[in-house]
Design a protein around this ligand. Structure first.
Ligand SMILES: [Zn+2]
Length: 87
């Protein structure tokens, strides 16, 4: 008799999200290098923007966690975010 002892692990399906829209400055010494390289690697992505996929949306724009974190911190320091639970 054949019986299953441990359930087979099924990976969740990959969720495709839009590219992070944060602009990224090219390297100062080889300005075209970044653009050429990323255009080859991911032709559907904008080579002048961050190459990560987005995980959050801020003000209607998609951002990866790295850039969203910086943006959220800027908003926090400007007082645009309100601490939850305070009344
Ligand atoms: Zn990003």
């Amino acid at each position: 008799m054949i019986g299953e002892i441990k359930a087979k692990i099924i990976k969740p399906a990959r969720v495709v999200t839009p590219q992070c829209c944060a602009p990224v400055e090219p390297p100062t010494k080889a300005t075209m290098w970044r653009r050429d390289r990323y255009l080859k690697l991911r032709p559907s992505f904008n080579p002048d923007a961050c190459q990560r996929e987005s995980t959050v949306e801020i003000d209607g724009k998609p951002y990866c966690r790295l850039h969203a974190g910086g943006l959220a911190l800027d908003k926090w320091l400007k007082g645009e975010l309100v601490e939850k639970g305070q009344s």
